[in-house]
Design a protein around this ligand. Sequence first.
Ligand code: PMP
Length: 360
Amino acid sequence: MEFANRLERLSPYVPGEQPKIEGLIKLNTNENPFPPAPGVKEAVLQAAENLQKYSDPEAAVLCQALAETFGLKKEEVICGNGSDEILAFAFLAFCDKDHPAVFPRVTYGFYEVLANLFQVPTRRFELQADLSIDPAECCQKGETVFLANPNAPTGILMPLSSVERILKADPDRVVVLDEAYADFAPENGRSLIERYENLLIVRTFSKSRSLAGGRLGFALGNQKLIEGMRRIKDSFHPYNVNAMTQAAGISVLKAEAYTKKTADQVIKTRERTKKVLKDQGFELTDSAANFLFLKKAGFEGKTLAEELRKKKILVRHFNTPGIEDYLRVSVGSEEEMDFFLKAITELTATEKWESEREKE
Ligand code: PMP
């Protein structure tokens, strides 16, 4: 059948493993080690009592709460079933054959998957030698920019001054600033919204707000951009955020102090872990996210990930040219990171493992 060929050519996103192995330390999908804010469980249970009713397609209360949290109007906010869905809406809304998508070759893998799915032309460019993004690569007129900031999986933050340069390069095209990890970073693009009509900020509840399983993302931006996104949403999936998740999101936003406290703890643990690894000769990027991106000379990333798995620690390795030697390690609890540090020290401290590998 003809359409079967097209479907065979699709290469879907490969999410990090979610195995149910007892005692496993899961540092492979950048989840938050802390549980959802107090009150979330009760809010979800209460919403569950009315599941015979459809959820609010506008997610009005949630959008209002987000608007208040970020000092915006409700019309400047839209919610999605995870930020992955928001990204999908953005590809549908802002890319076509005259507006190709541009993003680095090493970035969040879902951009390429979505571009392929929606048959959007793309231009992909290389990272610089230090793994940072050259803003000049994102300044070509007419291209819709997808910029993860901090970038994934490197964790490197592009300074706001460079983001502004990209926004200014062509006010007629949209810049999608994917700030999934913004709450772990020293600065973010929120203050740019009033000044740049072409800025769409994408955020998620999956990381700093401990709600990965709830699937909740949102976008902030100029009313016209958000209205465009809403038209896409209502042409695709009007009830996209279920009632329990809307309730969970509203409840989380009432507990911003908890979000801040837990994010601060993750940052502290990140910096402590980074220092121990640096002292042991690891090379690490200056990650502003809730994960570390690291390698050690003489050790293959793939083998190291496999060896860690044998010790019941799951980390993420990418077979992507240029970063094959790196591991992406989510920042877990203090105890989880101690366990990880002990394991990786044992694996890399001795010459034994390396010489054994050479014999193979
Ligand atoms: N953007 C980036 C850069 C990510 O790393 C992720 C998480 N995999 C997402 C978006 C999607 O997150 P979610 O769909 O859970 O909101």
